[in-house]
Design a protein around this ligand. Structure first.
Ligand SMILES: O=C(O)[C@@H](CO)OP(=O)(O)O
Length: 207
């Protein structure tokens, strides 16, 4: 029987707070982000979940979120695999810019297209489709086989790297993914069937 798969976006980062495009930049968590990560750990513990394996990105905010969660679960020694494939979408030339300033400069609609569309990349950066082209192979070759082997797996990553994986798990099309958002520090729990399709899912909100 497959194990449980949990996806969690990092807690609020310094740049989330400052409303800056972040992408591959590496800001730390805010106090609120730390609180969110701890609360995610408590909620997973209350749910009776523990993990056999963890995955995260090469970025500090996701790694720190994972450590805070594992601490709450009493699993600080859990085997953890880090990979660039799980990094946030590369925001290219927008990285470091304020999102409201960008709306003033390029217009609300254009900025929304860059942020949430499936295949329009921000200048010099990755579209969600480009992001999916690296997250999906990694998910299929490294993460999914562990879940199918019966392991409970937690993946701590980013808004858009996780949106790309959720697009596949939730079978969302290119229009449906535009409205799909992932909150900081809120675990998404997936149960899979023998054919790898999702049989049940839950958003574990502790907010
Ligand atoms: O800045 C970013 O890297 C992401 C996630 O915080 O932002 P957005 O929600 O605009 O994709």
């Amino acid at each position: 029987m497959p194990g449980t798969l949990v996806l969690v976006r990092h807690g609020q980062s310094e740049w989330n707070l400052k409303n800056l495009f972040t992408g591959w930049k590496d800001p730390d968590l805010t106090e609120k982000g730390v609180t969110e990560a701890k609360a995610a750990g408590v909620a997973l513990k209350d749910k009776g979940l523990s993990f056999d394996l963890a995955f995260t990105s090469e970025l500090s905010r996701a790694q720190r979120t994972l450590s805070l969660i594992l601490k709450e679960l009493g699993q600080t020694d859990l085997e953890t695999r880090r990979d660039l494939a799980l990094n946030e979408r590369d925001y290219g030339d927008l990285a470091g810019l304020n999102k409201d300033d960008a709306r003033d400069k390029w217009g609300e609609e254009q900025v929304h297209i860059w942020r949430r569309s499936y295949d329009v990349p921000p200048p010099g950066g990755e579209s969600l489709k480009d992001t999916l082209a690296r997250t999906l192979p990694y998910f299929v070759t490294d993460i999914l086989p562990e879940v199918m082997a019966g392991k409970n797996v937690i993946v701590a990553a980013h808004g858009n790297s996780l949106r790309s994986i959720c697009m596949v798990l939730n079978r969302l099309n290119r229009d449906e993914i535009v409205g799909f958002e992932i909150a900081t520090g809120v675990p998404l729990i997936y149960e899979l069937g023998a054919d790898t399709r999702v049989t049940a899912s839950e958003t574990l909100s502790s907010k």
